[in-house]
Design a protein around this ligand. Structure first.
Ligand SMILES: [Zn+2]
Length: 118
């Protein structure tokens, strides 16, 4: 399944609770590396790329009018503004917490560690 995760699936309250606020009117989405599939959180008001799902203070801010969001820390591929992440990529990532529990498509929501998804 290669369907992109819509912005509406993101848990804005939880992202803000974990310190994800920027300048207000936050507009979050997932971004995916086209090279290796690494998942980032992206905030479109400040153009901030959140690099670490465990530390939302780790952000990359591209230069004004930059053509993309910068190089992927894992593989060096340029991450584009429209490089959306898919459900499968997010499910494999450590960003699972940033998706509302009721937003996961049937069968894709990751189960607790060590248990197979139903
Ligand atoms: Zn990459």
């Amino acid at each position: 399944m290669s369907q992109e995760v819509p912005k509406s699936a993101l848990d804005l309250d939880e992202i803000l609770r974990r310190g994800g606020a920027n300048v207000g009117d936050e507009d979050f989405a997932f971004a995916g590396c086209p090279g290796c599939g690494r998942v980032f959180l992206f905030e479109g008001e400040a153009d901030a790329l959140y690099l670490d799902p465990h530390d939302l203070g780790r952000r990359h801010l591209p230069a004004a009018a930059a053509p993309d969001l910068g190089p992927c820390p894992s593989c060096g591929e340029r991450v584009g503004y429209r490089s959306a992440a898919t459900w499968a990529e997010v499910a494999r990532s450590a960003w699972v917490w940033a998706v509302r529990a009721d937003a996961w498509p049937r069968g894709l929501r990751p189960g607790p560690p060590g248990r197979a998804a139903p």
